[in-house]
Design a protein around this ligand. Structure first.
Ligand code: AMP
Length: 112
């Protein structure tokens, strides 16, 4: 989608460095990190939110991409959090499905 910032990152149209990528996904650092490590993992294809992710094979590949990305960032030993914001009440601000990976500090619970 031409006016989607994450589609533009996936297409390489912006200077955003990709820290991991595969056939179906790209991963890059969040521009406003909420933890020492804060990574965004997105499908290359435009999917608005988790509510629109109906392909079970792609769902599995994206989850594996998240796991791989966390492993490459050496987050596994101390743990990390993966979250997806969905729609207005979920606090989703970019309308392209994305997984947040947060780590590098003790994270609080519950979220606000
Ligand atoms: P959400 O609130 O779940 O929709 O999260 C969107 C996330 O994308 C926020 O954490 C933003 O800081 C992040 N973000 C927005 N634009 C960019 C960008 N150009 N590069 C990297 N991260 C971005």
């Amino acid at each position: 989608m031409a006016d989607c910032i994450f589609c533009r990152i996936a297409a390489g149209e912006l200077a955003t460095p990709l820290i991991h990528q595969g056939e179906d996904f790209v991963a890059f650092r969040d521009i406003a990190p909420q933890a020492p490590t804060h990574i965004i993992v997105i499908p290359r294809q435009h999917i608005t939110s988790l509510a629109d992710l109906t392909d079970p094979d792609l769902s599995g590949r994206l989850l594996q991409a998240v796991r791989e990305t966390a492993q490459r960032e050496a987050l596994e030993d101390n743990g990390y959090r993966v979250l997806i914001n969905i729609g207005q009440h979920g606090g989703q601000t970019v309308q392209h499905l994305h997984f947040h990976i947060l780590g590098g500090r003790q994270l609080g619970w519950p979220p606000g």
